[in-house]
Ligand binder design. Structure first.
Ligand code: KG4
Ligand code: ZN
Length: 338
């Protein structure tokens, strides 16, 4: 069997996704995003699991149809075991177990955080994989980690957030400015025409390679409250400059820790992942670091940055080759460290 077909399922948060991979190539990667959470200004776990329940069958059907294979050709089913929202994980886990049982093929559990990192190894003409060892910065609405990656199955978290994730820092700041959820992309958009040095926010002093973003949120909240008291139109009149200054602060925090991690480990290969990788501030900072610090930086294709099943599939493929299979008694795990 030279050709391995993996069906991958991701349901850890609010995106239901299924993908089919032929070895390390993505044949299909279907993502159903759940618009329902927008009206609540954040992900509502109970609504997320209900939406997964509705989406999972059509999404898997679509992924198989788009890949143009017969389900009898599938070699294994990979699924996200955790970390994530329990109710959401249960849907994908139960579905994957049942389908593997029905098709009589192996089941492969995948750690979502590992998948964000190994997404770089998807075969794609627009992407070059980093070489081991490298540092992975995973930044999204749910995670903020620096991981030292020595090999596919040998990685260690060397820094992480003590409270909010970077994406949350963007989204909560956006909320303070009255922008809709998720506000990260909007801050990015308005920041483009603003002055990043117009307003100054505090950069927290956090130990080692760890992060903290909850103080920044409070800092921004008080600042906005103070300013709007004097001038009710403050946000409206300064939106671009406020967004640029917030983005500048967040990127500075990330880059300082990355620089520290490079210094401590001596590793200059840097790969990012997670939804916040779409941010133009971090992208520019990383591109600049190539010449400024002689780093080699890797940014995956956007569809492999945000939550997607293709990244679960690439880990599934690696585990399949190494015969790392799961048993039918495997359970979803909300807190699941790399
Ligand atoms: O990886 P992702 O799709 O889902 C998880 O949270 O796992 O990441 C979503 C997060 C949200 O917080 C969103 O605001 C943020 O990524 N985000 C951005 C940008 N695009 C997405 N934040 C800043 N700038 C962006 N361009
Ligand atoms: Zn994620």
């Amino acid at each position: 069997h030279d050709t391995i077909y993996i069906l991958a399922i991701e349901s850890s948060c609010d995106d239901t996704s299924a993908a089919v991979l032929m070895n390390d190539k993505v044949l299909s990667n279907v993502v159903a995003t759940q618009a329902i959470h927008e009206e609540y200004g954040g992900v509502v776990p109970e609504l997320a699991s209900r939406a997964h329940q509705q989406n999972i069958v059509p999404v898997v059907h679509q992924a198989i149809a788009k890949a143009n294979i017969d389900k009898k050709q599938l070699s294994a089913i990979a699924f996200t075991r955790g970390p994530g929202l329990m109710g959401s994980l249960l849907v994908g886990t139960s579905f994957a177990k049942s389908l593997a049982l029905g098709l009589q093929i192996p089941l492969i559990e995948v750690n979502h955080m590992k998948a964000h990192i190994l997404a770089h190894f998807i075969e794609d003409e627009t992407m070059i994989p980093p070489s081991f060892p490298f540092l992975a910065l995973t930044i999204s609405g749910g995670h903020t980690q620096i991981v030292q990656v020595n090999d596919f199955f040998d990685m260690k978290i060397i820094g992480q957030t003590l409270d909010d994730a970077v994406g949350e820092a963007f989204d909560k700041s956006a909320k303070i400015l009255g922008l809709p959820y998720p506000g990260g992309p909007l801050i990015d958009k308005y920041a483009a025409t603003g002055d990043p040095h117009k307003f100054e926010f505090t950069i927290p002093n956090v130990k080692d390679l760890d992060f903290s973003f909850s103080g920044l949120k409070t800092n921004i909240l008080y600042f906005i409250q103070r300013q709007t008291k004097e001038n009710p139109d403050f946000i409206k009149n300064n939106l671009a400059d406020i967004c640029a200054s917030i983005q500048y602060t967040i990127i500075t925090i990330l880059m300082r820790k990355l620089k520290k991690a490079v210094k401590l480990t001596g590793i200059k290969e840097i790969a990012i992942g997670g939804g916040v990788s779409a941010n133009s501030g971090i992208r520019n900072a990383l591109i600049e670091a190539q010449t400024k610090y002689q780093w080699k930086t890797y940014i995956p294709k956007f569809e492999y940055c945000t939550d997607n099943a293709a990244m679960i599939g690439i880990v599934g493929y690696q585990k399949y080759k190494n015969e790392k299979f799961s048993q039918q008694d495997v359970t979803a795990k909300a807190r699941y460290v790399i």
